[in-house]
Ligand binder design. Structure first.
Ligand SMILES: [Zn+2]
Length: 199
């Protein structure tokens, strides 16, 4: 997608609790792939958390969560075929204008992370009406950046997107994860299960 580069001036906040690791109760410290320390200023990374809600019980479960440094996300992205990347980008740009969305949210709610996450990026479904959803953030050291992220995507929209990616691409990505990352098996499975949403 040809999105304009952003010069972040003061559009950032300390990484809020919603993007802390559920497992540790603290901010993510390490890249899941290369174990680089993420909390050093100038280290960019992405956080992804998949969450299931139990409506009526006020309870939520974190299905999986991880942080990955920008270098490792680039390596993973390069494993995707250019056809698949094009399909994903066409799908996204037909559903959402990320430039417009960022402008609108900054004007309306400023740096209120909850507002940025309140509705599915793709379908518009409210978080409270999404039984399962994923949230994404772009961070730098101890800060969350308001780039084209953060955003929330409902499981239904992710399912639709997943259907657009060829099984061949999924296999290539699976092999790639097996061969390139010295990860414990449970992390490999986690990365294979994740629905790829290209930034
Ligand atoms: Zn890394």
């Amino acid at each position: 997608m040809h999105l304009p580069d952003l010069g972040i001036l003061n559009e950032y906040v300390t990484v809020p609790k919603v993007f802390h690791s559920y497992a540790s109760g603290r901010p993510f410290e390490r890249c899941i792939c290369c174990e680089k320390n993420l909390l050093k200023n100038g280290t960019q990374y992405v956080i992804e958390k998949a969450i299931r809600q139990y409506p009526g019980f006020g309870a939520t479960d974190v299905i999986y969560e991880y942080a990955m440094c920008i270098e490792c996300t680039t390596v993973m992205r390069n494993a995707l075929s250019s056809d698949s990347i094009r399909v994903i980008e066409n799908y996204l740009s037909s559903r959402v204008n990320l430039v417009e969305r960022r402008k609108r949210l900054l004007a309306q709610s400023g740096k209120d992370v909850n507002t940025w996450l309140s509705n599915c990026l793709i379908s518009g479904t409210a978080m409270k009406d999404s039984v399962e959803y994923q949230i994404y953030a772009h961070c730098d050291g101890g800060d969350l950046l308001f780039t084209y992220l953060p955003y929330m995507v409902s499981a239904n929209a992710l399912q639709e997107l997943d259907g657009l990616i060829s099984s061949e691409t999924k296999e290539v990505l699976g092999d790639f994860i097996d061969n390139h990352f010295g990860l414990p098996p449970q992390y490999k499975e986690l990365l294979k299960r994740r629905k790829t949403l290209v930034l």
